[in-house]
Design a protein. Structure first.
Length: 573
């Protein structure tokens, strides 16, 4: 329905109401708006669309479709764009240092655009990994009525009669280095793996955070698993534009939706889908924007009691398209709620509770992707938090699809990813070792790089199950194997990971949730005395600024004090 709004208490009154705003209105007339259109609420439509990667190429089109929905609901849409750094292209080189930093830049740029132009509501479109939490962080920070829309996943590629994703190409690089894959086969694979528009198809970071957006209540039910090329995405975009006006009319804001219980629901869905370990960074960062205390350990406690239910790549067989056809996130949540594992009373952008939305879903017993919570793939353990003498501030590992949950071995230590990757290429990694990649944390990188190139190459060489890997950096949601990230305190802060030497024994138990360095306290004290902090190569620019401000990984690697230090909320200006 079309609402009639009183702008006297909306932010846009500062740029559109009263004789003193005549200069401001002159700009709107210059863009073709009528007097009646200027009198409507202004709705920001934020798009991370660009030509950087297929994740983002459909976003501007979808954002433009949302304009019509906003207008139908009585609003005036104002589209603007922000950046993305696409991990698949940034991976394996210095460009990956920009990835996590881009999350903050996206949130900041959306905040500044909305503040500067006094928008009353927000619809945000994102496709690649960090742009999803970045958009949702901005929504929670601004607290204007908001809806998040995922641009959709790519369809699977087809190669040698099987579905493939970009991860198969990364692993193909390892097989090529091992002499197990001719260059002609690798070339054919790279041309087949990504057949069109959309984000990476497995339960990697983008699809994990898309599931989070529905579970936490910021996206319309059933919207985010729809593949990017499907025409129904246009319907979703239009519906989001119309529904944000309903939220504005009813004064339903992101912090009304994203309560502590809603964040717990989101963490459940991450674990149940075998989602990306990056969610343990992004959920605390989002909670921080809402003034909710949540860290890696809070998330890990929820993971411990969550059944692993969705047979999705990289640990399983299927991709996002298959999950959509099986019934999507709400199908999985129906089973979780039935077992008492979700808070059904949380508000959502529909204006109804999560439980009311789930009531409209009928369980599909014929699909093979989503298991019933009563009979899951594993009783717990899609993602596991770890803690111990090597990681007093915690660490995290994805165990979905893994048979081996304990590992003990001697360390092979590298002070950057490039050195580790070179060792993998040169077949210098020893079977049974624990590879340590350090000085890749939020400060030490700076930027907390992902290690997919290295982990995928190990798998391609057949070493994926024969070694473990730990880092104070991150792993891609596409990583598989015994790969432990977010080890804290990081090496740059003098954490134990910075004191490891080649040959030290490291013990990991993902069942017990422990990670320990088998070195005496006396020896560690002696090493700590000799330890010297390192300078990074970045003495200026965005990466330098990030390193000065970023906090620890277990608290979300955030760069400002968050809602607890607010003196005003933008939505109430």
């Amino acid at each position: 329905m079309t609402h009639i709004f009183d702008k006297s208490h909306l932010p846009s009154r500062h740029v559109s109401v009263g004789p003193e705003r005549a200069p401001h209105r002159s700009y709107y007339y210059a863009m073709g708006l009528s007097e009646e259109e200027i009198a409507r609420p202004f709705v920001g439509i934020a798009s991370a669309g660009n030509d950087s990667a297929p994740c983002n190429t459909m976003l501007d089109h979808q954002a433009d479709i949302a304009r019509a929905g906003v207008e139908a609901g009585g609003g005036m849409p104002r589209r603007f764009n922000t950046i993305t750094v696409t991990d698949g292209i940034a991976m394996g080189h210095q460009g990956m240092k920009s990835s996590l930093v881009s999350r903050e830049v996206i949130a900041d740029s959306v905040e500044l655009s909305v503040r500067g132009h006094c928008y009353d509501a927000l619809v945000a479109f994102a496709g690649c990994d960090k742009s999803l939490p970045g958009m949702m962080m901005a929504m929670l920070r601004l607290n204007v009525p908001s809806i998040f829309v995922y641009g959709g996943s790519i369809l699977p590629g087809r190669f040698q009669d099987r579905d493939v994703t970009v991860v198969d190409v990364f692993e193909g690089v390892g097989r090529y280095a091992a002499g197990a894959c001719p260059l002609s086969e690798l070339t054919a694979l790279e041309k087949a793996a990504c057949p069109g528009h959309g984000a990476c198809g497995g339960q990697f970071t983008a699809n994990t955070m898309a599931c989070v957006a529905e579970a936490i209540g910021l996206s319309l039910p059933g919207s985010n698993m729809v593949p990017a090329p499907y025409t129904t995405r246009d319907q979703m975009a239009h519906a989001a534009g119309a529904q944000v006006m309903e939220l504005l009319a009813r004064k339903i804001r992101p912090r009304d939706i994203c309560t502590r219980e809603a964040f717990e629901n989101a963490a459940r869905v991450v674990a149940a889908t075998g989602g990306s370990t990056n969610a343990a960074l992004h959920l605390p960062a989002m909670a921080h924007e809402a003034g909710i205390e949540m860290d890696l350990f809070d998330v890990a406690e929820i993971f411990k009691t969550t059944p692993y239910m969705a047979d999705l790549k990289p640990g399983g067989q299927y991709v996002a398209k298959d999950m959509y056809e099986a019934g999507g996130v709400y199908m999985l949540m129906k089973s979780l709620l039935r077992e008492g594992l979700l808070h059904g009373n949380c508000m959502t952008v529909t204006g109804r509770t999560l439980g009311e939305n789930i009531d409209e879903v009928t369980w599909n017993p014929d699909q093979k992707v989503i298991y019933d919570a009563k009979a899951p793939i594993m009783p717990t353990g899609g993602v596991v938090g770890l803690r111990g003498s090597l990681a007093p501030d915690g660490a995290i590992v994805k165990v979905a699809g893994m048979d081996r949950l304990q590992f003990s071995g001697p360390a092979q230590v590298f002070d950057c990813e490039e050195d580790a990757f070179a060792a993998v290429e040169n077949r210098a990694i020893n079977e049974g070792s624990v590879i340590v990649i350090r000085y890749e944390g939020p400060k030490g990188g700076p930027g907390m790089r992902e290690m997919l190139s290295t982990t995928a190459a190990l798998y391609g060489q057949g070493m994926g199950e024969k070694v473990a890997l730990i880092t104070d950096g991150r792993f891609s949601g596409a990583t598989r194997g015994f790969c432990i990230g977010h080890v804290g305190p990081e090496a740059a802060e003098g954490g134990p990971i910075g004191l490891i030497e080649d040959g030290d024994i490291i013990n990991i138990d993902a069942e017990a949730g422990t990670i320990d360095l088998d070195v005496s306290a006396d020896i560690l004290a002696r090493r700590r005395k000799d330890w010297q902090p390192r300078m990074t190569d970045y003495g200026a620019g965005a990466l330098w600024r990030y390193a000065q401000n970023v906090g620890p990984a277990y608290k979300g690697a955030v760069t400002h004090p968050g809602a607890k230090n607010e003196r005003h909320v933008y939505a109430d200006i």
